[in-house]
Design a protein around this ligand. Structure first.
Ligand code: AMP
Ligand code: ZN
Length: 111
């Protein structure tokens, strides 16, 4: 997706503060953090949202969810963290490339 900001981050065309990378997944800090630690985990292959996923995304979705606690621990979130997936306009999604927010390290808004 040529006009997708997260695809541009994956391609290295826009800089990011990287947390983790492998062949399928990238994690980087949110540019406008809502908590002392706030990063997101994305699939490298463009998919618009959770709603656009199908069974071909099952493995990468599982990988992202299992990475969340590992990366949260590595970022110092030893007593827990919040995960958020905004889906579609009605869900407050601003960047239309699936991402899982991981937040913690301070008082978080409930739900
Ligand atoms: P969402 O509402 O779930 O789509 O949130 C999109 C998130 O992407 C927001 O929290 C933004 O701060 C974040 N964001 C937008 N552009 C960048 C960027 N270039 N690098 C890192 N995070 C970004
Ligand atoms: Zn994209």
């Amino acid at each position: 997706m040529t006009d997708c900001i997260f695809c541009k981050i994956v391609a290295g065309e826009i800089p990011s503060k990287k947390v983790y990378e492998d062949d399928e997944v990238l994690a980087f800090h949110d540019i406008n953090p809502a908590a002392p630690v706030h990063f997101m985990i994305i699939p490298k292959r463009h998919v618009k949202s959770l709603e656009a996923c199908d069974t071909s995304h099952q493995d990468v979705l599982g990988k992202i969810l299992l990475l969340a606690p590992k990366l949260a621990r590595e970022q110092g979130l030893s007593d827990g963290f919040k995960t958020v997936i905004n889906t579609g306009v009605g869900g407050g999604q601003l960047v239309m490339h699936l991402h899982v927010h991981v937040l913690g390290g301070g008082k978080l808004q409930h739900v």
